[in-house]
Design a protein around this ligand. Sequence first.
Ligand code: RB5
Length: 155
Amino acid sequence: MRTVLIGSDHAGYALKEALKAFLQEQGYRVEDVGVHSDSPADYPDVAHALTARLQELPDALGVLICGTGIGMCIAANKRSGIRAAHASDPVSASLARAHNDANVLCLGARIVGEELAKGIVSAFLQTPFSAEPRHQQRVAKLELSAGGEPLSRTE
Ligand code: RB5
């Protein structure tokens, strides 16, 4: 079973704990990068810790939770090789895997409830990256564009 890295700031702490238990029940190997209480914490610190670990475990997927999911997503996407997607519904989470090969899901604990969050995480973890060449090509271009190369359109 796949390893899932999970992390949150204080705003996402309660949801992280709930999702961690949910994922462990499903049989995932869950690695919690913190935080370990609801004391105020800076979301970039957690995003950087989780994405550093993901670089060591490239077959893992990550889940980052803050109040909105937005700060975590911005911070996570600063690291090379990280494709973090913010989602508040299962369809977006699934398409983030299928089309974008997203390797981190960002959730807003102040935006989605626990049951919806479980559905979003499940959709993310259960969807593989598409084998279609057009998606592979587009995802390959994400690293190039991050490096400042000129962007070209294929259609
Ligand atoms: C913390 O209050 C909040 O700003 C943070 O959890 C997150 O929503 C930032 O994007």
